[in-house]
Design a protein around this ligand. Structure first.
Ligand SMILES: Cc1cc2nc3c(=O)[nH]c(=O)nc-3n(C[C@H](O)[C@H](O)[C@H](O)COP(=O)(O)OP(=O)(O)OC[C@H]3O[C@@H](n4cnc5c(N)ncnc54)[C@H](O)[C@@H]3O)c2cc1C
Ligand code: FES
Length: 347
């Protein structure tokens, strides 16, 4: 099927396979289509259908409430064309020829699931072909027994890898959460699309970093820390990581974070913020090299960083209210420009 696009940058086109969403088809062919969540919650992938027909497998996607359906607006991440279509997109859509990590469809097999806490699961996916991605990116996955797709950020960082690591915080009653936590998922087959996302780290940008993560929002930060450590970024830059969980028992990746702090030789500070159970002191042998604090993670970050901001990039991920709070801190207190704040809302 042929999809014609009229955007602020002029006309372009791409093709779409049977059963494929407009967003995934355009992105894998290098079009700079607008998107954030890729899973029907944010509304960023809005387009106007000027010709043709689409099928909408999940008409209840929350982001449909944010667009003008009566005027023909659609969500490209939720629509599959029924034939050739004409789209009007209120953004600059061009064809990227330089991106060496275009997203693609792959098959995956779940490997080595392990619980990190009572409601956090780490697992790996063995991919049908190698994938390169930037630190901070995510994939969208689909399991045969769970309707719809879910986005998860890579925890590891390695170019051309056939194994990606993910971490999931259980959402009570959530479709993918229940599938993951209630059965034996080792060896289960998945559909994987990616890499996706613009909340990425590149050491060449030559700025310090502040990372603010709530719960499983630490996933992409782990990938960023791995990339930064392996490129000796902390030899010349400072990193400040704030990781919010409810209590000490909810913390995970402690060993890995301690290892990154030790390897950075003073270049990296990691603070664990406990929202529901204040720590007895700011350090504890159970959390070597890490600082402990009480409070909501974005508030702890604001307090700790007062007067210490500089030329930096801010990375934020986690539940939407926490992300919004952290972005406010980075704008009003750190005075970071919008293009220096990169975030993923885990809505
Ligand atoms: C960019 C991004 C990165 C993320 N990274 C992580 C991460 O690393 N770790 C983590 O724990 N969470 C992450 N999330 C959140 C994650 O995608 C899920 O929302 C969360 O795990 C809850 O999923 P669930 O299936 O348990 O809950 P549910 O409430 O069942 O589903 C949550 C989401 O799944 C999709 N969905 C649900 N039902 C359907 C349907 N019928 N058809 C189509 N789609 C449907 C929707 O997007 C919905 O909001 C991320 C989210 C985004 C946007
Ligand atoms: S990208 Fe489609 S709704 Fe978020």
């Amino acid at each position: 099927m042929n999809i014609n696009v009229l955007s602020k940058a002029g006309e372009t086109s791409f093709t779409c396979e049977e059963g494929e969403t407009l967003l995934f088809a355009g992105l894998r062919q290098g079009l700079t289509l607008p998107y954030e969540c890729a899973t029907g919650t944010c509304g960023t992938c809005r387009a106007r259908l000027a010709g043709g027909e689409v099928e909408i497998p999940w008409p209840d996607a929350p982001a449909f409430a944010k667009i003008k359906r009566e005027k023909g607006d659609i969500l490209m991440c939720q629509c599959r064309p029924r034939g050739d279509c004409d789209l009007k997109i209120p953004a600059n859509v061009t064809k990227s020829v330089t991106d060496d990590a275009l997203p693609a469809h792959r098959k995956g097999i779940v490997k080595a699931p392990r619980r990190l806490t009572h409601d956090v699961m780490h697992f790996e996916i063995q991919l049908s072909s190698p994938m390169s991605f930037k630190a901070g990116q995510f994939v969208v996955i689909e399991a045969k027994d769970v309707p719809g797709r879910r986005a998860y950020s890579m925890v590891n960082y390695q170019t051309g890898t056939q194994t990606i690591s993910l971490v999931v915080k259980r959402k009570p009653g959530g479709g993918f959460s229940d599938w993951l936590f209630e059965g034996n998922i080792e060896g289960e087959a998945l559909e994987v699309f990616g890499p996706l996302g613009q909340a990425t780290f590149q050491a060449e940008e030559d700025k310090d970093m502040i990372c603010i993560a709530g719960g499983s929002g630490i996933a992409g930060m782990m990938s960023i820390l791995e990339c930064a450590t392996s490129s000796n970024y902390f030899d010349n830059h400072k990193g400040h990581v704030f990781f919010g969980v409810r209590s000490p028992a909810d913390a995970f990746y402690v060993e890995e974070l301690s290892r990154y702090v030790a390897a950075a030789k003073g270049g990296l500070e990691v603070t664990l913020a406990f929202s529901h159970q204040p720590p007895a002191s700011s350090s504890d042998d159970a959390f070597p090299g890490l600082t402990l604090a009480a409070g909501m993670v974005h508030e702890v970050a604001a307090k700790t960083m007062a007067g210490r901001y500089g030329d930096m990039i801010g990375y934020v991920a986690g539940p939407t209210p926490m992300v919004d709070g952290a972005i406010r801190v980075l704008i009003t207190e750190a005075a970071l420009a919008r293009d220096c704040i990169r975030y993923d809302k885990f809505a």
